[in-house]
Design a protein around this ligand. Structure first.
Ligand code: AMP
Length: 372
């Protein structure tokens, strides 16, 4: 079904003549005899394909990811398939969005299983056969040198380089703890958008601040693409899917669900007619405070400690904190919780990848819809 060519997988399903035309001249693309999608390592060959697609009046939906794919990522691709003939997916762990104290090397990298998931999804999309149903045509998996061709990428706040900065949005919420994060995200997305020139781009609601920043960037830089936001995929109990969840293990996963329960309690307060910050966020805080004190009372081998980084009630466009929700506009409830490493593992316990030693930052959000 798939094989390795020049260190990159290639595929043996139906050949695409467009893909063949676009890639025959390039050595930075895998050279399978036939393929449902191909892996592009640099920009010129990808552009060649994009030009072919444009000439043939096909549309491109672009889904940027950092890999370690899960159902949340796949839901973005499924939505892109409903609206475009061709889907480009990027897999690139972007160094500039990791701070100097954040461990870029511990970000999960699961290339083979990512490619298998995409291959399976493409089969599924092909079988659906709905009119206009698109499929994945290209995986863009560039090196850091391709994405940052001149200066080596900097994660320092005052580091040099060519960056896109969206202020003040980037310094709020997540930006409080991760000052270079959204500079890195905006910069890499601008580069990826330039490389793929998509008709539409797909982002998950899960990263709400990212959605607000990308929409602002597209608007302010007059980018010719439409931003689509896809709802958060969750586990049955409500935990938002995330590539980082593999590090949680059973104990931290159970306690980590507090972030969702707290947001739900705040949402319930709003839905029951409350509008003030004190009432809405108070409901969330009472959950996090209770769970934290319960955990603190347990022994180190039983507990999972965490720190609430923020719980926010903010305006959907500016992310300014709200004292009162305007019922015509609604609001965004969001939170970040830092799960500390486990202090003591129990024999036989599933402590997750990294044996419970990797701190895990959980983020989640719920949208308060305008009240009629
Ligand atoms: P990442 O690989 O974490 O950078 O995520 C790539 C894209 O997938 C982003 O637009 C995320 O918001 C989106 N995403 C991640 N987790 C989820 C989820 N649980 N539900 C929906 N979208 C998600």
């Amino acid at each position: 079904m798939s094989r390795l060519v020049n260190g990159v997988r290639s595929f043996s399903t139906t050949a695409s003549s467009l893909l063949a035309d676009a890639t025959s001249a390039s050595r930075s693309v895998t050279q399978p005899s036939s393929s449902s999608f191909q892996v592009f390592r640099d920009v010129p060959s990808l552009r060649q394909l994009r030009h072919q697609l444009l000439k043939n009046e096909r549309t491109v939906g672009f889904v940027p990811t950092m890999g370690a794919l899960h159902e949340g990522h796949l839901s973005l691709i499924r939505e892109a398939a409903r609206e475009n003939t061709d889907i480009f997916v990027s897999i690139f762990v972007n160094p500039t969005q990791f701070g100097v104290n954040e461990d870029l090397s511990s970000y999960p990298r699961t290339w083979d299983s990512d490619v298998e998931k995409l291959e399976k999804l493409n089969d599924e999309l092909g079988r659906t056969g709905a009119p206009g149903a698109g499929q994945i045509t290209a995986i863009f998996a560039p090196t850091s040198k391709v994405m940052y061709p001149t200066l080596p990428p900097s994660s320092e706040i005052d580091g040099q380089g060519s960056f896109v900065t969206i202020t003040p949005l980037s310094s709020k919420l997540e930006g409080g703890s991760r000052p270079v994060f959204f500079r890195g995200v905006a910069t890499v997305c601008m580069k990826l958008f330039n490389a793929t020139t998509p008709d539409r781009v797909y982002f998950g609601q899960k990263d709400v601040q990212q959605t607000v920043i990308i929409k602002r960037m597209v608007q302010d830089f007059l980018l010719d693409t439409k931003v689509r936001i896809i709802s958060t995929s969750r586990e049955a109990d409500g935990l938002a899917l995330s590539s980082r969840n593999v590090y949680l293990g059973d104990r931290r996963r159970a306690v980590g669900l507090t972030i969702y329960k707290a947001l739900k309690a705040a949402e319930d307060a709003y839905l029951s007619g409350k509008s003030t910050r004190a009432d809405i966020l108070g409901a969330a805080r009472s959950i996090t405070d209770r769970v934290l004190s319960e955990q603190e009372a347990l022994s180190p081998s039983e507990r999972a400690l965490f720190e609430v980084d923020y719980i926010s009630l903010a305006d959907p466009d500016t992310l300014d904190e709200l004292d009162l929700v305007d019922s015509a506009k609604g609001g965004v409830l969001s939170a970040a919780l830092k799960m500390a490493p486990l202090e003591e593992n129990k024999p036989g316990e599933d402590c997750g990848l990294g044996e419970g030693k990797v701190p895990v930052r959980l983020i989640d959000n719920l949208i308060l819809q305008p009240r009629a």
